[in-house]
Design a protein around this ligand. Structure first.
Ligand SMILES: [Zn+2]
Length: 163
């Protein structure tokens, strides 16, 4: 059976093929927080989607992930850390529009957001964390379980060129 047409594939579930130690990357906004090393942390509102898009670090590169939203930062956390909150994580390879960032489905198509058909690429690293974190869990998670990935100016520039 073709998993791309299996409706259960989009139901919130946990995929044991994603190991606890796998690192996940999430594009986030940041806020100042003097209590954390470096003084900045992800804003918790960036971590509260009902179906939170992340990239599996081992299947992506910093530039590739950042190219989706080159002005944001990247929060890194492990699959274990979201499972500890009772959340689930599953692989969801999908097509993404580099021009506007919209996540499309498992089939190549023209972007529904900006009509681009030239800037669509297949993001095999895409995964979903679900369901949404509570507000208080998200704040604690942002402070204690995430690290901001260091992004050099060169990496950011090459992400913009990919876009
Ligand atoms: Zn688009």
């Amino acid at each position: 059976m073709d998993s791309t047409v299996n409706p259960t594939a989009t139901i919130c579930h946990d995929d044991p093929a994603i190991g606890d130690s796998e690192r996940l990357w999430r594009l986030v906004g940041t806020v100042a927080d003097p209590a954390v090393p470096g003084g900045m942390r992800p804003e918790s509102g960036s971590l509260r989607d009902e179906r939170m898009s992340v990239n599996r670090a081992k299947l992506s590169t910093l530039e590739e992930t950042l190219s989706l939203q080159p002005d944001r930062e990247i929060a890194e956390f492990t699959a274990a850390s979201v499972r500890e909150l009772g959340l689930r994580v599953y692989a969801d390879p999908c097509y993404v529009c580099r021009r506007c960032g919209r996540h499309l489905g498992g089939e190549p198509m023209t972007c529904l957001g900006c009509n681009s058909d030239e800037r669509i690429y297949h993001n095999r690293a895409h995964a979903i964390v679900c369901p949404a974190m509570s507000r208080s869990d998200a704040r604690k998670f942002a402070k204690e379980k995430t690290e901001l990935v260091e992004i050099t100016r060169e990496a950011r520039e090459s992400a913009r060129r990919l876009q």
